[in-house]
Design a protein around this ligand. Structure first.
Ligand code: PLP
Length: 477
């Protein structure tokens, strides 16, 4: 199946600063490989015809032919009658399935290590709650005790919530897509911050909705422009990460929230407030008011669907997230959910319940850990890349680093050659934008962060770029 045909102009945009020091045809095939591996060019995409691409890139047709030939030989693409060269797989040949080398540092995921107390919690789960393991072991809404614990936490944070307003999900991304496919129809308008969490953007787009963008910068929010775009777009569903945003690490100013909320809900629109990273602060834990609490009227508050997760605070492997919405919408989501999954496992829910009993303590430990990791990253960047700008962040798991030039994709390729995997900026916006930025997750251990910056410096100085065979896993989470 042909998912889409890429025009030469579009591919040139996506390639950005692709020329390294090697042979042009190799540089080109390696750059295309990189874009396929990180999901920017989806499987099933027909690449541009050779002649227009060679003209658009200003290289000879032989260069393009040779690079397409190399893509075919690697198994990444194949020739299709009438369609030309089509991307066939994201991970070709055995190299794609090989485990990452031991020495490799993977910064494409912003996932903290499991919380240190997880083992003890698991051991307690069986001992303390044997009754939970006597039933079928999964359900579509969530155990009442867990829903109550989640609801109580919202109430304590300043947003009165009852257990019937909560559904337990398989993590936050499951929640995002479930909401999107329940509320959006093909052709509806949706809105997302730019940059934003790429999987959420894809969840909106997968419904067939149009996805408009709300620009947010690493150094602040332009309230007037945000409100004007929100009013003009009048979206049916908006996806926001109001606190400790992924990837920028910034939080929306309090004074913008109620006005934005009023604007976005004026025509009956809903808002997903993804709070996966909201309570992950740096240094000192501080109370974070839920986004919905900024609503001035009950109907506006009811239009906010809040998503949360234990994925970054306790462990991603638990696959425990949740949705807070009106009881009516929760009921609708539960029906919709059964089409695609049959529920959340009891095991994870019991551990989640125990984790929430000591959640403040867990968050306090994370705040200290992340602050130290952020500091290590900042020091190493200052030492090795004084030309980069690493903004101060209020929390979350990542910083949006300005490279001072449009070479994020090239840096990511150079890093891969030296055993560092990075998510380049374009992964977080619409194709071709954010070439000046990379997302640096400070969820990684300090030693890895320091080492990865040193390796990037060496890679950049060498002008090296990755061999496609060395690029393995590129999904961004
Ligand atoms: C903003 C945001 N939402 C959702 C997710 C996915 O979370 P989960 O692992 O709970 O599905 C992430 C993970 O990176 C995230 O940063």
């Amino acid at each position: 199946m042909i998912a889409q045909r890429l025009t030469a102009r579009r591919l040139v945009e996506l390639l950005g600063d692709w020329r390294g020091l090697g042979h042009s045809y190799r540089e080109l095939s390696e750059s295309v490989t990189f874009l396929v591996r990180d999901g920017t060019i989806p499987v099933g995409t027909a690449l541009p015809a050779e002649r227009p691409l060679s003209e658009a890139l200003g290289v000879s047709r032989t260069t393009v032919s040779a690079s397409y030939q190399q893509l075919r030989e690697s198994g990444l693409a194949h020739s299709r009658q009438g369609s030309g060269t089509v991307v066939r797989t994201q991970r070709p040949l055995p190299a794609g399935d090989a485990p990452a080398s031991e020495d490799e540092i993977d910064l494409t995921t912003a996932c903290p290590a499991p919380w240190a107390g997880l083992g003890a919690l698991s051991a307690r789960a069986f001992a303390a709650h044997p009754e939970a393991f006597e039933l079928i072991g999964y359900d579509t809404i969530g155990q009442l005790e867990l829903r109550r614990a989640i609801a109580d936490r919202y109430t304590a944070r300043g947003l009165a919530t009852a257990p019937e307003q909560i559904m337990v999900t398989l993590g936050a991304q499951h929640a995002n897509f479930l909401i999107a496919r329940t509320l959006l129809r093909r052709g509806d308008r949706s809105l997302i911050e730019s940059p934003s969490y790429p999987n959420a953007r894809e969840a909106l787009a997968a419904t067939g909705a149009l996805v408009a963008e709300l620009p947010v910068a690493a150094d602040g929010y332009d309230a007037a422009s945000i409100l004007s775009i929100a009013a003009r777009t009048s979206p049916r569903l908006t996806y926001l990460i109001p606190d400790n945003h992924n990837p920028t690490g910034q939080s929306m100013p309090q004074e913008l929230r109620s006005e934005l909320l009023a604007t976005l809900t004026a025509q009956g629109g809903h808002i997903i407030a993804d709070e996966t990273t909201a309570e992950l602060t740096l240094g000192q834990p501080r109370p974070v008011l839920p986004f919905a609490a900024a609503a001035e009227h009950a109907h506006q508050r009811d239009s906010v669907i809040t998503v949360g997760s234990l994925g970054k605070s306790v462990w991603g492997g638990l696959r425990i997230g949740w949705i807070r919405a009106t009881p009516e919408l929760i009921a609708q989501l539960e029906v919709s959910r059964r089409i695609s999954d049959l529920g959340t496992g009891t095991w994870g829910q019991v551990i989640a319940r125990l984790a929430l009993e000591q959640y403040d303590e867990i968050l306090a430990e994370r705040a200290v850990e992340h602050a130290a990791q952020y500091r290590a990253l900042a020091e190493q960047v200052a030492a090795d890349f004084p030309e980069w700008t690493l903004p101060r962040v209020s929390g979350g798991v990542s910083a949006w680093v300005d490279l001072g030039g449009r070479h994020a994709t090239r840096l990511a390729r150079a890093g891969a050659k030296h055993g560092v995997r990075l998510a380049p900026g374009p992964r977080f916006g619409s194709p071709g934008v954010f070439e000046r930025f990379v997302r640096f997750p400070f969820s990684a251990p300090a030693a890895d962060l320091r080492e990865s910056v040193r390796r990037l410096r060496a890679a950049w100085d060498e002008g090296a770029v990755a061999d496609p065979g060395e690029l393995t896993r590129q999904a961004v989470v």
